[in-house]
Design a protein around this ligand. Sequence first.
Ligand code: UDP
Ligand code: MG
Length: 317
Amino acid sequence: MQLSVVIPLYNEEESLKELHGLLSKVLQTQGYTYEILLIDDGSTDKSWNQISRLAVTDPHVRGYRFSKNFGKSQALHLGFKEACGEVVMTMDADLQDNPEEIPAFVELITRQNYDLVSGWKRKRYDSFFAKNLPSKLFNWAARKTSGLKLHDFNCGIKAYKNEVVKNVDVFGEMHRYIPVLAKNAGYTKITEKIVQHQSRKYGQTKFGMERFINGFLDLVTIWFLSKFGKRPMHFFGALGVLMFLFGFIAAAYIGGMKIYKLIYLYEPARLVADDPWFYIALTSMILGVQFFLAGFIGEMILRNGKQKERYRVAEKI
Ligand code: UDP
Ligand code: MG
């Protein structure tokens, strides 16, 4: 099979039929052998009815329904696991991405041998302050920390070589940074392609303001994981040693000064604990040991941990 189109969706009943129509037209004109995977991320509207109907009439369609809303990342995770096509494309279900873009993406993967092609909504039809401005900031930070020169990390429309989707582990809300995950997994032939963006036709966005806080924290995590994920001791250990040394030297200085003053200056003995440095030294030594232990624990988890799936499929068609 040449192409799998993976579509995660949450409460998108109004768009599905239209999307399927547009998509099928493009894919059939191109003459691809293809499948369409519709992953219903626990919708509470009639999305699943729509999917069932499409799956009955069109053998290209496979539908999955999560038992509850697990999030876009988990929906993509399942789609990636199930996808059989040599090229795997993702797109949103809300008709903001145009299916007509697909052939160009597929070409970049098959002809130019890219591992991943990410869309770039150069002109966005979303609100400026709620989306465009913050997203510029994010993409800048993601570029700086990952070294990938992409403008729109979180674009819904992307194409991958099959091998890539089998080797990236998307979970939590990491769908925002799949190109970074791919790069970390060793797939470095990554590029972007400008796409047309349309404003949402039906329903509304499923991500509120918390996307910025979560997105920022995820970026820190991903930076940390890509740098020290396989060697936590190098981060915590270094920090621990520095803190401990600092505290130890400060403590030695306090002790030394006390003895020096006692012997040479005949000063009356003051309590070591009266010296503010004492507290700084103490805290710093304790923190140092804590960091060190965090490093050990990180290494132990690394050696024992096995990723497991974080969702449950309720139905399959
Ligand atoms: N989505 C999902 N699970 C969720 C939230 C969203 O599968 O928990 C889907 C949603 O139905 C859509 C895609 O992810 O197909 C992108 O979501 P949305 O359009 O709300 O994001 P935006 O375009 O506003 O960034
Ligand atoms: Mg959208």
